[in-house]
Design a protein around this ligand. Sequence first.
Ligand code: CP
Length: 308
Amino acid sequence: MSFSHKSLIGLRELSSEEILFILDEAQAFRKLLERDIKKVPTLRWLTVLNMFYEPSTRTRISFELAEKRLSADVVNFSASTSSVQKGENLRDTVNNILAMKVDMVVIRHSSVGVPQFIEKKTGVPVINAGDGTNEHPTQALLDLYTIREKFGRFSGLKVVILGDIRHSRVARSNIWGLKKLGAKVVMCAPKTLLPPHPEVFGVDVTSDVEEALSGANVVNVLRLQLERQDAGYIPSLREYRMFWGLTAQRTKLLDPDHIVMHPGPMNRGVEIDPDVADARDAVILEQVTNGVAIRMAVIFTLAGEMRG
Ligand code: CP
């Protein structure tokens, strides 16, 4: 099958077949990452612009590595060291960089809808590296890849998304993807950290952490977004850990065949205890490795669409 999108904006708009297509493409790139020479000459003709208006470690570095391993040329833009600081707006910034003949844009921005805006205004393929609280599609694809690597399937799996779902684009992209692929998804958070209308996602919702974790195959623990807690969503970090944190004791409630995931960055001792994050059943660094392969697959697929 072909992938019928010019850009990757979110998993909400992809079919289950398109999601599986990307996961399958990523398998070959994942094998490549184990070789001595981790590079292929495939996309020597492509120039990719990585635009980060928000901080990032994993996503920014893995996009750059993915592009370099496909032999694309890479341009990195960071808002904090650019003429944005002199007042240049987003549209002018993008148009000026594209005037230097860039073929594809990867963007992270704090505002929902910026990736679509850039695609619409420029006509260039865009990959969403996280827009506000909306979507983070490549994170969800690497999470799905990691789950399939462990279990070989999605149907019949109970996947718990635990933590600050209200502010999480990772949660939203995971929910759209997991639902399409047939997993049973449970959202678990204190009521203040659930999205305003959780029922629109069509998944199970609970604030009972023990009930949520009981018999689960996957728990994906979300970062408590400390920079967005001014509104008093939680009484204190200590109480958050006590009532919502993933502790070793709580992991005993999971199915014996389970994995623990976290998209990073972690607040150790808040949403996840250090011994849980470093335990054998935690696949947090495998997620990061798989992220390079997933981003290679996404760039390769969209570049293929450009060439017809
Ligand atoms: N998971 C994730 O998006 O991490 P970064 O913010 O470090 O890119």
